[in-house]
Design a protein around this ligand. Structure first.
Ligand code: AMP
Length: 143
């Protein structure tokens, strides 16, 4: 099973912001959409960074509340690990585990087309386990 199968259920909606957006406005967007991270992209949709709630907590913890007046470019992670539609779900899990992050943007031709979160992966894995258990039950009942 691959990333495309998660996106076919979840959809390709991606919330992006510009690198000049203030951290306070990033917080508003995170809260409005009930998400934990936002991809920072240029006008053409090319990824410039990613900002997660952890980065914001760290910035406030280090600089105090004035950190919220900074542009996101000063706080975001600039080296972003991505995946493609064709990557397996297990490969994305391995990327999250190795990099210790919970969000992986999906790209096509350098542009962001979706985001996979650890919650999406867990939901997918539970559905897969339930389907396999059901298949096993029906196989046993036929034999
Ligand atoms: P998260 O677990 O997603 O809240 O992110 C934890 C840290 O990893 C934060 O510093 C994020 O900016 C960073 N991060 C999140 N996703 C990625 C990613 N796909 N590639 C690189 N860094 C990331």
């Amino acid at each position: 099973m691959n990333v495309a199968s998660i996106l076919s259920t979840k959809g390709h909606d991606v919330i992006t912001e510009k690198s000049t957006t203030l951290l306070s406005d990033i917080c508003t967007t995170l809260a409005e959409h009930k998400i934990g991270a936002i991809v920072i992209a240029d006008d053409a949709g090319h990824i410039e960074g990613i900002i997660s709630e952890r980065d914001i907590v760290k910035a406030i913890g280090t600089s105090g509340p004035t950190a919220l007046e900074k542009p996101v470019s000063e706080v975001m992670t600039k080296s972003v690990v991505t995946c493609t539609d064709a990557d397996s779900v297990n490969a994305v899990m391995a990327k999250m585990s190795a990099g210790r992050f919970r969000h992986v943007p999906v790209t096509d031709d350098g542009k962001v087309t979706g985001v996979i979160s650890i919650g999406d992966v867990v939901k997918f894995k539970i559905a897969q386990a339930e389907m396999e258990a059901e298949q096993m039950r029906s196989y046993i009942s036929m034999t």
